[in-house]
Write a protein that binds this ligand. Sequence first.
Ligand code: 13P
Length: 343
Amino acid sequence: MNQDELVDTARRMMADGKGILAADESTGTITKRLAAVSVESTEDTRRAYRELLFTAPEIENYISGVILYDETIRQSASNGETFPALLVGRGILPGIKVDKGAKDLAGHPGEKVTEGLDGLRERFAEYYELGARFTKWRAVIAIDGANALPSAACIEANAHALARYAALAQEAGIVPIVEPEVLIDGAHDQAECEATTRRTLRCLFAELEDQGVLLEGTVLKPSMVISGKQCGKQSSVLEVAEATLRTMKRHVPAAIGGIAFLSGGQTPEQASAHLNAMNRAGPLPWPLTFSYARALQNPVLALWKGDAARAQAAAAAFTERARLNHLARQGEYEAAMEKAAAA
Ligand code: 13P
């Protein structure tokens, strides 16, 4: 394992003022996102949409890395340049999602375990050749208090898989993003989300230690501590920031390369406001940034709708969302900027 290379990559992912674009939707997921704006999902519409994102003006000032999907890392822009080469040319690190999705956990109705460890060493070797310097594996943890979920079995199986994946990534010279997503779905309150996030992180960091994973060459991608979508009491921006920071401070070692949050179904405005409030509460033990998919992309898709004539406006909307999160990454975002952007 080349520790210096890993630490250097993690530092570049967490560069000042920058964050990560998650554009690694599987074919099934991107097909749903495109269908929501009435675009047929073909290899070429998926390619055209990703090209729109990756060629948006000025994003290299706000985006340090892009997480790609297997199909996307092999595709090219209209000028023939491969997507990884295009990104590297802009000073943006290419990353790759390698998990094979969350599958039903045997014996545990309502729970999932993420698969994809078989053959992963060989896949990492190929992805490194294709230009990937960081990678992502997403585990999902569902809260359902009435059925005492999550079970310890679910948390442990997912944490173990995350740690084995992370060790294989580092062996290949690739920085692992470990993503234990506590789902926002459900009527649970913020305290229940906090308790579940604590159990999950405690188990994850013990597994990472057991598998010999270098924390300085690892990035944590957690969900924020937030009430369930169907909960009657939604927390304020400050309450989310406080509970999330309290949880991270209790469970995430200062040695970690950084923390890059997922948006998990928050609106773009909420995701920016929460990240901003946390960074404003610094100094913090770790760099804290974004690794959003929907909170960066939803306004872009809504504008684009597959129409080449609207591609420029859609790309500008992506640049603006990236810029607002770049400000939030530094605690310099204001909600009023949203109105200015919309006007
Ligand atoms: P969201 O920001 O839409 O939650 O996606 C982040 C991600 O990469 C999920 O794995």
